[in-house]
Design a protein around this ligand. Structure first.
Ligand code: KG4
Ligand code: ZN
Length: 344
């Protein structure tokens, strides 16, 4: 490793519906630009073909902005890191192809990054307001596509202890939100309305799943039947009870998640607990996890809000950690829609 040298890495993220670019210098984020794609809201979910097209439109200005905000020249970059997978193929291809071309044009190394490792390793971004977890720690990785409890042994050795057997928790939020007429993505809206409601208003049965695995599809169906029944009796049921419905849904989801995390702590004896992924932006999940510091003696690691939902800062930090290990990719690397958290 070259000491006292500034290493600049450009991170590119395009796995789903956010186009993002970030410049990191020796682990510190200099810029982290995210362009959200509003287009999907009216379809009630991400439309892959439209996402891919929007990435094509956004990628050049987003990268230019990230380099500009970092106050560097593209010639200062030491490597290009990009999300290889998992994600939507049409979306991944845009970032992958762009990263390859830029690395060839600038004659600098290319670094493939696993998006899920990005969510977890966002905890290692150098930031005065963010404490880095020690190894080994447990990470509850919760997003629109994943729900996992992962044992993080070191930066690139991870073991999945449990995961969802069907829907991801982000899907549970978004699909429940859709049932009560909220636009996509509904997760942040359920969070917002839940703050004003009574979490004990309505009771939804929690799934019975063995070990450290999760299931969320039954909850979604239970919510659907409950709402259909109530609306039949009172057509204004949703508007009259929106806050209480959201608070009750959120209460059930949070209990399902932390029941399993508590079990994982007992099983492993590890009580350094982190959360990662888009759903870790949720205010109740953050609050409850923090409260376990005093009630259960855990040490908890809650990422800065901007590193929770998809962003290129988390890709750039993995790029930097791989750069330090000379872990580069060659130009024949391909995007892949499926990639497990422990695959590189
Ligand atoms: O990590 P992410 O940005 O994309 C994926 O890799 O999937 O996660 C997106 C998911 C969506 O399901 C969104 O509704 C959910 O994260 N989300 C939230 C909140 N903010 C984002 N869910 C609950 N509460 C929030 N505050
Ligand atoms: Zn993600």
């Amino acid at each position: 490793m070259i000491k006292n040298k500034s290493i600049y890495i450009l991170g590119i993220e395009s796995s789903c519906d956010d186009t993002s670019a970030s410049v990191i210098c020796n682990g510190k984020i200099l810029s982290n630009v995210v362009a959200n794609q509003e287009i999907h809201a009216k379809y009630g979910g991400v439309v892959p073909e439209l996402a891919s097209r929007a990435h094509q439109q956004n990628i050049v200005p987003v990268i230019q902005q990230a380099i500009q905000q970092a106050n560097i020249d593209k010639k200062d970059l030491n490597a290009i890191a990009f999300t290889r997978g998992p994600g939507l193929m049409g979306s991944l291809l845009v970032g992958t192809s762009f990263a390859k071309s830029l690395s060839l044009a600038l004659n600098i190394p290319l670094i493939a990054v696993n998006h899920m490792q990005g969510h977890v390793l966002a905890h290692f971004i150098d930031d005065e307001n963010q404490q880095k977890p020690p190894f080994p720690f447990l990470c509850l990785t919760i997003s629109g596509g994943h729900t996992q409890i992962v044992k993080i042994i070191n930066y690139f050795t991870m073991e999945v202890l449990g995961e969802t057997l069907d829907d991801a928790v982000g899907e549970a939020y978004d699909k429940s939100a859709k049932i009560i007429g909220l636009p996509y993505p509904g997760g942040p809206l359920v969070d917002k309305y839940a703050k004003l409601g009574n979490p004990k208003s309505f009771k939804f049965t929690k799934p019975k799943v063995d070990g450290l695995n999760f299931s969320f599809s039954g909850l979604k169906t239970a919510i659907l039947y409950f709402i259909q029944k109530q609306v039949k009796e009172n057509p204004n049921f949703i508007e009259e009870n929106l806050n209480d419905i959201c608070a009750s849904i959120q209460f059930t989801i949070v209990e399902i998640l932390f029941d399993k995390v508590k079990k994982a702590v007992k099983q492993t004896g590890i009580n350094h607990i982190a959360i990662a992924g888009g759903v870790s932006a949720n205010s109740e999940i953050r609050k409850i996890l923090k409260s376990f510091e005093t009630t259960l003696g855990w040490t908890t690691y809650i990422p800065k809000f901007e590193y929770t939902t998809d962003n290129a800062g988390m890709i750039a930090i993995v790029g930097y950690l791989k750069f330090l290990e000379n872990n580069f990719s060659n130009e024949s690397i391909t995007a892949t829609a499926r990639l497990k958290v422990n695959e590189n």
